[in-house]
Design a protein around this ligand. Sequence first.
Ligand code: INI
Length: 172
Amino acid sequence: MSRSQEGQSMMNQPRTIEGELVVPEGARFALIVSRFNHFVVDRLVEGALDAITRHGGKIENIQIVRVPGAWEVPVVAQRVAESKNFDAIVALGAVIRGATPHFEYVASEVTKGIANISIATGVPIMLGVLTTDSIEQAIERAGTKSGNYGWDAALGAIEMVSLARALTKAGL
Ligand code: INI
């Protein structure tokens, strides 16, 4: 492709606004962490902290709030989001089918609750709550062979905070 063709094809691209995987200056994060299945959830917390600090976040700008189980995440997420003290929230927990007959209720309420609160408050709340059929599947997603869901959720939070700043800059 010639230089002028390159220039032409660049000009034909739509203008794009997107977040970067760099924690913006002064960004504050809250992690809402469920104690239930803490053996798994502790690994998600480690992953989330690692992701935020490796991408430029400061540990003093991260607040952890612990709740008994995933069921309690939405009510606390709502309170934390409404405080407007944080640029993003990362919800971390593990709902494991094998461990509960009311798996469906807990899993569906926590996921629905987080989505609704995020939309209602405008604060990005990342879903870092594992919903798995077995403990083995949960462990696989908590820092072993299928990565770390806490890390992934925190990375999403960083992108959303960066995107929010870019949108504001663009007047949106
Ligand atoms: N909470 C979880 O976070 N994960 C689970 O797998 C789970 N199980 O298995 O029941 C669970 N239950 C507790 C629930 O979240 C509430 O804390 C409890 O019902 C009290 O309201």
